[in-house]
Write a protein that binds this ligand. Structure first.
Ligand code: GAR
Length: 200
């Protein structure tokens, strides 16, 4: 059994989807050891408490990145976390943080990377006029929205879409993609060849 550490900053729907999948036995190798937020008002914290999971607030406001990352990494190590899942965690991790969990940090991003990294990716894709949008779960490296890709899901953009309707359909796929990615990383043997995840 592997320990997941979830980091979030907001609503927490990706975390909730992971937690429900774990509870339903659909991520059989994992348990959620801790949910950490840097934002006091993150909706994800209330969800964690409701689900009986440890919800740990480690505020980032007014702290240097190094100091805050040090506190988060210590909390993850204390709970023997094997895999860190960023779920709407709106902070860049320092290179030092990334090195503490080599190939053991996943992030979800609401675009088909490398298109539209950064904030409001769904809005960027909609405004650009793409016909296929989607989401990506990837390993975290030192660059923003950048490491090797684990799972991607495509979402067609409909003539009738608005930014909001497109973002909602992407979010549905995010919730499916994250569980798939966690299962793959925890249960399959693979190599990373360059940027490519190749199953053995
Ligand atoms: C999700 O759409 C996630 O892909 C995005 O933030 C949202 C969090 O929603 N993450 C990024 O943009 C990371 N660059 P949630 O709190 O409901 O999971």
């Amino acid at each position: 059994m592997k320990n997941l550490g979830i980091l979030l900053s907001g609503r927490g729907s990706n975390f909730e989807a992971i937690a429900k999948n774990v509870a339903a036995g659909k991520i059989p190798e994992a348990r959620i050891a801790v949910v950490i937020s840097n934002e006091p008002d993150a909706g994800g914290m209330a969800i964690a408490q409701r689900m009986g999971l440890e919800a740990l607030l480690i505020p980032s406001k007014g702290k240097q990145r190094q100091e805050h990352d040090g506190e988060v990494v210590a909390a993850l190590h204390q709970r023997n976390v094997d895999l860190v899942c960023l779920a709407g965690y709106m902070r860049l991790l320092s290179p030092w943080f990334v090195q503490q969990f080599p190939r053991r940090i996943l992030n979800i991003h609401p675009s088909l990377l490398p298109a539209f990294p950064g904030l409001e990716a769904q809005e960027q894709a909609f405004a650009y006029g793409v016909k296929i949008a989607g989401c990506t779960v990837h390993f975290v490296d030192e660059e923003l929205d950048h490491g090797p890709i684990v799972v991607q899901k495509a979402v067609p953009v409909l003539e009738t879409d608005t930014e909001g309707s497109l973002a909602a359909r992407i979010l549905e796929q995010e919730h499916i993609a994250y569980a798939e990615a966690i299962n793959l990383v925890l249960t399959e043997s693979f190599d990373i060849a360059g940027r490519r995840l190749v199953r053995r």
